[in-house]
Design a protein around this ligand. Sequence first.
Ligand code: HEM
Length: 139
Amino acid sequence: DDLSNLEYLDHESMHLFTNVPRLNRMCKTPVQVHGLNIPEGTIVAIPLNIVHMHPRFWSSPEKFRPERFSKDSGEEVNPYAFMPVGLGPRNCVGMRYAILIVKLVLVRLLQSYSLETCKDTMVRVYSHVLSDCYLKLSL
Ligand code: HEM
């Protein structure tokens, strides 16, 4: 009901349902990370779906809690632990457009339908973190 809360909803959707599972970066100079030598030119893959679910960075990472992104939640989201659209100068150029479309679709859906979870519906939401989650649509 509060449009500003949509911000938290789409953040939490991208946190739980990370649709780009990995970022890649090439190492420009040799570095050592926790005793591991990474030579120059190595492609380093950052597994976003794992980082987004890591209990070191998230409390109850598998729970759908949009309010974790609210400034009033008292929880701090580490920007390096939440990168659904990448980070830095090569992050997603379509990010704002994509988020705008998601919000428009969400608003239109919520204006026309009420959604509730239900056991016997045919529509199933698939995810690597949630199982047996169903939606029933009613006009
Ligand atoms: C929810 C939708 C989307 C998600 C989750 C997403 C996610 C991403 C991610 C993770 C990257 C890699 C960023 C990095 O390496 O730091 C990326 C790059 C990119 N995205 Fe998206 N994207 C979305 C929608 C779009 C749309 C709608 C467009 C175009 C209209 C777009 C265009 C691009 C382009 C051109 C790049 C490459 C940027 C570069 O290499 O400089 N994306 N996106």
